[in-house]
Design a protein around this ligand. Sequence first.
Ligand code: ADP
Ligand code: ZN
Ligand code: ZN
Length: 723
Amino acid sequence: MAERATSIEPGVRVRVPFGRSMRVGVVVGIADTSALAPAKLKAVERILDDRPLFDPVTFELLRWAAEYYRHPIGEVFAAALPAGLREGRPAAATAAQLWALTEAGAAQLADPSNRRGPRRRALLAHLAVHGPRSDAELAPQFAPSLLRAVRDCGWIRVTEAATAPPSGQEAPLGPSAPLVRSPPIELGEAQGRAVAAIQAAEGRYRAFLLYGVTGSGKTEVYLRAIATAIAGGGQALVLVPEISLTPQLVERFRRRFDTEPAILHSGLADRERRDAWQRARNGEARVIIGTRSAVFASIANLAMIVVDEEHDPSYKQQEGFRYSARDLAVLRAQRARVPIVLGSATPSLESLENAARGRYDRLDLPERAGMARPARMTVIDLRRHGVEQGFSQPALAAMQTHLGAGGQVLVFLNRRGYAPSLYCTACGWVANCRHCDARLTLHRREGALRCHHCGAQRRTIVACESCSQPLRPVGQGTERVEETLERLFPGATQARLDRDTAAARGAVESVLARVHSGEARILIGTQMLTKGHHFPDVSLVVILDADQGLFATDYRAAERLAQTIVQVAGRAGRAERAGEVLIQSNYPEHPLLTLLTAEGYEAFASRALAERREAHWPPFSRLALLRAESRDTASLDRFLRAIAERGRAEAARGPAHPAPRILGPASALVARRADRFRAHLLIEADDRAALQRFLAAWLPLVESTKAPSGLRWSIDVDPLEVD
Ligand code: ADP
Ligand code: ZN
Ligand code: ZN
């Protein structure tokens, strides 16, 4: 432990008395005077750090975010710290323990006659390929019990990682550039232009929108741009939507740079997280790859930020501190004066508009690397064709053809479970959740009825609770699709990827491995399929139900649907063989579908932006959503009406013309969830500044309005979903 620190400055942690207990806090400011009587002030019990935990830009970013998202600053700082540091553990990193292959283990692996224990062999092979690995890194694929068993055989052992420098000391930075390994391929022309543009922005802020279809070589552009950005001793921050779904990306960074990236995500054990956090902070990790909260990582010498799949909704935290990591990443780049690259095959409408206005430089990669051709999209009119368990005749015929030709088929349906409702054909009774205004989803294999809104679960029933007649599952979920296809294509092995099949340890990897090895011929999955992976042997993609997104109430639904279709389509195909994409719909003449399939994402996006402009939706206005919930619907409504009225009066007094508008109260789509009624007010202003001014004036009034007991409310600035 470092000796006791004595100087206090913003960004250090302190232990302070709070009521009868002690709490750990972060110093956000220092004052000479106080409005409180000296007797009411308490002394800091202990200073925990001898230097600030945050680099100055991150510190300011956190303060700014608390203000902008209207969230308590303590929770904002807490979100930026690994749990152990929140609890007051020392910030100095302890050496991580790594598992390494022993000589006996290597011999074991090399022995071709040894065919026993495929899990053990997989572990040995993994360590042989990747080098020493920590518990956390192995955890997604290998159980702790397996590690112990293999250790007891003497095939692996624990070593200490190259340790981080002791507390207070900076790692030596400077020209010790990471070695760039693996002979880089020759860049295509568009890639070369993109890399040159990003390199030219070195040392200053510039935002780039890297727009390129899946497989167009965006990752290669990131790798090149990062290589030069960090060559002088800097560090790069790479944000990704979900680490567990993008192991290939992480692996490419690991292979390209001769330096172990720091990986930051919520699935890590605290010790690993603290270790990675510390390696970012002290400059030792040259590349930091993380999910949304990594935008707050303290980074000694930031030189570049990359946000991969910038359109992905997971960049927005949807509960508690509701921030957008994508938006904050841009702000961070601005403050730190470094370039930022936002990459996507389906950029968000906001980013496209920012590029159109000249705020971002747009870099296009119009073609797939290695000359692969784009997939051909066709809409199938469900009204004109016979449908069997959700599959139209043309879709089944196409599957037959592609499977027969040796291709793999990907079937996309964004609904897990067996069927979304259980229905009585005799009396019309439906199995509903007792706690929500929602139907229960049948999960047949587990024999369970589950509520996808509150998580409630009960054993499945076969007879109607009202008239005792047999019940019928209605509609399709991925589990049912799997059953249908097993019957229709008995020779074709299937793999299913959704939150149910991915729950078990290592399950995602094993599903992906079965697809990549070619063992699985049909891959069925939900939204999880749209992220990260590339399936070169998939030649046909079937999107079972496009209509879910066409008529949703949310103004972003169309954008989401288009992104999903293009992302799923982009998973398929390789150089020699153009992929085929079939989209099933009851509304094939819907302008969104026709535009998207005939002219592509960009044509769709311009039209969708024109519609947003017309309707005054973001990015042509700014929104905030005040959500409230309570067990009592009447008092919920009264409260929302009262604060809406105060807000309208406040808006009318304010300087903005036109004044911010308050819409509602309106019930949420699922009006009752977990026995609580939910409703909201939507605040719409012409621009960010007007919205912020209004919230600053109104929220204190909301806080001072007496809420009925048990009522909870929260504010969401720049909400992703207006529900
Ligand atoms: P994206 O990130 O846009 O999906 P990647 O960078 O992953 O694209 O590239 C897709 C595939 O094409 C990868 O296998 C990659 O190694 C390869 N690739 C990328 N750039 C080139 C290039 N200039 N020449 C040949 N192959 C390339
Ligand atoms: Zn009945
Ligand atoms: Zn429920």
